[in-house]
Design a protein around this ligand. Structure first.
Ligand code: ADP
Ligand code: ZN
Ligand code: ZN
Length: 734
């Protein structure tokens, strides 16, 4: 084979192409293979690029080509299977390869740092530092650092010091110069295997059958959908399977939703598995992330536990993939490279010839469809493990009923009963703030966001208005800006309002609200959850933060305050989400001796979807939804992609999408339909006008074909300051 002279390099740029470079000066570049990083000149900048292909020939003018500046890796960064996955994903999601590859790397590697085990600085106080501590009173910040380290005789990692005392970088250096502190460079390493893991419960027959089915498929590809109500023991099934996988010397990759990677969950894994676990949580420093990445690649960890982006962790000996709460929307990246970690995981399992287990109490409609097509094998856990009984669901018709800030008389009455029995009551409302609307009673004026087509949410406690779409904030008006009336009404109820109203009514009951506004401070969610766990007679009010991941055994009554939101949305996935959320919330409640009761307030007690959910359960509901989707030719019966465009001027995004439509049409046949362009349902957001164009095809390959053919032309049809993106398999049609 002739020595390659030309290298196709992907750089992090929005252009959907690679760039050709020559070997570094004085070198032939024989060792430069696809998957290695290089430093290249790009315009006037220097970028970290990745070799994607090499060739002996080029059709480009040699004189215009530039040389690679520096070779960073001498062997590919990724194992072959993961490299193939990334190439495939760039094509499937129609995203620039350079950005895909960069997304898949830990930050230090993106910046061109060597792919070696990372190190970290470890700080100690010295004897001189201890002496100084007693005399140093005029430098409070230095004193704070010395004080902190004096409480930690073993020293602290730099990240820890900076977490406790943000911005003390300079001070550390100064104290080092004064020899009051000492610094050691340590490799970031992994705990050795634990000698003993705690034994789990004896599995029940259904759990055992699930474990046996998956074990029988070890070392071959098979996708399993593990459908089991909350508390049915899915996690026990995962833990056993991981144990078997690791015992065979293989690695397991476990993905959980963002909200599900809680300290309790991590502790449970660590307690039960006698192996090396890398947890990729958001609190890791860049270096710790790199260390985990490298350890997984080298086989120095057995289990990788993380959220969406952990799907890009290289594995030395892949054996099993598990996706918990597989229906969760957080597995889909919603900006930039819009991949679905769940779908990529299935691809990865397939190409590694290993089993994948997708677990959920409320599987995605797509996954149930895959079961019906026999692409996934269904495993069911129908009983709650450990004897707890499933909660009972009731619809509560609130039409014409007296309501108190969104809570009906009947629900208040039930709440009192449950509280008198010394139990907890959980109220769910997926809306933060005091009221979603501030309106003038005299003229009808409504406080809106100046940057979005939306109302501002009113916050009573701090007398402010906030936009939940762009984050804009202002002091709440005391007078109507239109007619100067002071007669302003707050319309509708959010969690803050429910809390305020219930505090007046239940003066002797502890009330805990959990939403984004009450959990901003780090650790505050943990504190609140701790209070709930140890509490009895309490009212809990929360948004979907409260709906997922936690079990509250003392909750015996759940009130869903507004189930109707999901029934009237233009978004075709809204009913699915609503049902999933209702069942997730319902699943928080109840234990063996006290099954939970779930009250769903609705103005539409005869709605067929709600009825099938309550009377026949999620599966019947899902079947009804699938029929609707089929009749309407919506996913999963068709393949969909959305082009979204936005700009400061109103006409620009529509104009661009018109041109995109014309280009797409030249590549389409009868099997492909184009809808739009249309203004987005909320046309203006954060000061920009938005529009969208939907492309739908009977089959994925047709959609892929059209998009791949049209995109280069669409890219060059862009004019002015239009920002645009493409979303393949979107989960929101907004
Ligand atoms: P899921 O993941 O489906 O919500 P978990 O695995 O967390 O369910 O199990 C719920 C509770 O039941 C946990 O406290 C768990 O320890 C317990 N459990 C699970 N399986 C069994 C079993 N076979 N016997 C007794 N308790 C079990
Ligand atoms: Zn007015
Ligand atoms: Zn706004």
């Amino acid at each position: 084979m002739p020595t390659p002279r030309y290298f196709q390099i992907a750089v992090p740029s929005p252009l959907r192409q690679t760039f050709t470079y020559l070997a570094p000066h004085q070198q032939k570049g024989e060792l430069l293979t696809p998957g290695c990083r290089v430093m290249v000149p790009f315009g006037r900048r220097k970028l970290v690029g990745i070799v994607c292909a090499t060739s002996a020939q080029t059709d480009q003018a040699h004189s215009r080509l530039r040389h690679i500046l520096q070779v960073i890796d001498h062997s590919p960064l990724w194992p072959a299977e993961l490299w193939q996955l990334l190439l495939w994903a760039a094509q499937y999601y129609q995203h620039p390869l350079g950005e895909v590859l960069h997304t898949a790397l830990p930050a230090p590697l993106r910046q061109g740092k060597p792919a070696q085990t990372a190190t970290r600085s470890h700080w100690h106080i010295t004897a001189a530092g201890r002496d100084a501590l007693t005399t140093l009173s005029r430098a409070p910040r230095q004193q704070a650092v010395l004080q902190l380290l004096s409480h930690h005789p073993q020293g602290l990692a730099q990240e820890q010091v900076l977490t406790d005392l943000p911005g003390s970088n300079e001070i550390l250096k100064r104290l080092l110069d004064k020899t009051w502190l000492a610094c050691e460079i340590q490799p970031v390493s992994w705990d050795l295997p634990r000698a003993h893991a705690e034994a789990g419960p004896l599995l029940n027959a259904q759990q055992q059958a699930a474990v046996d089915s998956v074990r029988a498929a070890f070392a071959t590809y098979q996708a399993f959908l593990l459908e089991g109500v909350t508390g049915s023991g899915k996690t026990e099934v995962y833990l056993q399977l991981i144990g078997h996988c690791v015992a065979q010397g293989k690695q397991a990759l476990v993905l959980v939703p963002e909200i599900g990677l809680t300290p309790q969950m991590i502790r449970r894994f660590e307690k039960r598995l006698a192996c090396r676990i890398a947890v990729l949580h958001s609190g890791l420093s860049d270096n710790e992330r790199l260390a985990a990445w490298l350890a997984a690649k080298q086989g120095d960890v057995d289990v990788i536990l993380g959220t969406r982006s952990a799907i890009f962790t290289p594995m030395h000996a892949p054996g099993l993939i598990i996706i918990d709460e597989e229906h969760d929307a957080s597995f889909k990246q919603q900006d930039g490279f819009r991949y679905s970690a769940r779908d990529l995981a299935v691809w990865r399992a397939h190409h590694n010839h290993i089993p994948i287990v997708l677990g959920s109490a409320t599987p995605a409609i797509e996954s149930l469809y895959n079961v019906s097509r026999e692409r996934f094998q269904l495993l069911q856990l129908t009983e709650r493990a450990g004897g707890a009984r499933a909660p009972r669901l009731h619809l509560l018709d609130v039409r014409a009923q007296p309501m108190h800030e969104g809570v009906s008389d009947r629900l208040l009455q039930l709440m009192r009963q449950h509280l008198e029995n010394n139990n907890q009551v959980l109220l769910f409302l997926n809306r933060r703030g005091f009221a979603p609307t501030l309106m003038c009673h005299d003229c009808g004026w409504i406080a809106t966001c100046q940057r979005c087509d939306s109302h501002m949410t009113y916050y009573q406690r701090d007398q402010r208005l906030r936009c939940h779409h762009c984050g804009a904030e202002r002091r709440a008006e005391q007078q109507c800006t239109h007619c100067a009336s002071e007669n302003l009404l707050t319309v509708g109820a959010g969690t803050e309002r429910i809390e305020t109203a219930l505090r007046e009514r239940f003066t002797d009951t502890e009330i805990i609200r959990i939403d984004r506004d009450t959990t901003r401070r780090r650790g505050s969610l943990e504190d609140l959850l701790h209070k709930i766990k140890n509490g009895r007679r309490q009212i809990l009010i929360g948004t979907q933060m409260l709906a997922k991941g936690h079990h509250f055994p003392n909750v015996t009554l759940v009130g869903i305050l507004d189930a109707d939101q999901g029934l009237h949305s233009a978004e075709f996935r809204a009913p699915e989400r609503m049902a999933q959320l209702i069942l997730q919330v319902a699943g928080r409640a109840g234990r063996a001796e006290q099954p939970g009761e779930v009250i769903i307030q609705t103005h539409h007690p005869d709605h067929p979807l709600l009825l099938s959910l309550i009377r026949e359960g999620y599966n019947a509901f899902a079947r009804a939804l699938l029929q609707e989707r089929q009749a309407a030719a919506l996913p999963p019966y068709t393949a969909m992609a959305i082009f979204r465009a936005e700009a400061v001027e109103r006409e620009a995004p529509l104009g661009f999408l018109e041109r995109a439509r014309a280009i797409l049409q030249t590549h389409c046949d009868k099997q492909v339909n184009i809808f739009g362009p249309l203004p987005a349902p909320m046309e203006k957001r954060a000061g920009r006008y938005r529009a969208q164009l939907i492309v739908q095809a009977a089959q994925r390959p047709q959609l892929q074909h059209v998009l791949a053919a049209a995109l280069p032309q669409i890219e060059s049809a862009k004019t002015g300051k239009v920002r645009w993106s493409i979303d393949v398999d979107p989960i929101d049609t907004y």
